[in-house]
Design a protein around this ligand. Sequence first.
Ligand code: HSE
Length: 316
Amino acid sequence: MEGAYQAALPAKKITVRVPATSANCGPGFDCMGLALTYYNITTYEVTDEPGFKLQVRGEGADTLKPHGRNLAFASFLRLWNKYTGGERIGLKAEMVNNIPLSRGLGSSSSAIVAGLYAANKILGSPYDKETLLAMATEIEGHPDNVAPALYGGFVVGYKDAEGEVHSLKLKIAAPLKFIAAVPERKLSTALARQALPKTVPHADAVFNSSHAALLTAALLSGRGELLGEALKDKLHQPYRAHLIPGLQKVFDAAQKAGAYQAIISGAGSTVLAYAPAAADGAAIGEAMCAAFRAEGEACRYHVLSLDEEGAKAIEP
Ligand code: HSE
């Protein structure tokens, strides 16, 4: 039987689109991220019949299951239960998934943000985006993927001394092209985080804070030619390089084919090249994939731009 909140809903069905994201952006470990023009689309329907129903096309069609631990359901219910006090509902989700799983392009963030965003919209938007960001960060652990998934663009996310999450979306002054070389090999974030040391040399911390500042300045001022240096990192990439065969060769191939620089996207395994808007994206993608293939790693690539919109309802 319908509860009071469900009975009062103006619409029980919504379709949301959430962009892929690339976290860390070289030196911005756990705080910087950007949204890409590559999307997952999910239709949610609140039903009377308790339980979960799921249809998946694309990535995860053979592995994602209709249970409450699925992030897309769990995050929807987190917000629904927070607002309604736990009114029982059933949930149906139909996913068209383009974002590859466990490749550092924010597929789990996309599911978290889709669920929270859809539940909030269906309930008439009782919460603002900052609240959604706080909830998404609580689920994900860090804001660098969920913030751009929600807001779009290039976003700096951070926790203050009290542990509260905040974010700032920056306007990139000159458009860039992003080429994602996606190897066949999956890499779990948990494994990639285990590869990190507990402490780092002070000089490396200085290197990264100066490069994160330079990266922000370069993006805000449209000084693309600084990105070759600005995207360098000493906090996570050197410790994860052994998990991605041929990483340095893929970086080198991207630069040789016309990119400013390439970096590990999120925790990997995707490598993302930052290139001038006029660069030949296909040539860069081919060169990066050729370097992966030379290591025995199957690879595909996508030539993308910055998504400026973030999560949005596309129906109704
Ligand atoms: N900042 C995170 C990491 C992104 O590199 O581990 C992946 O969730």
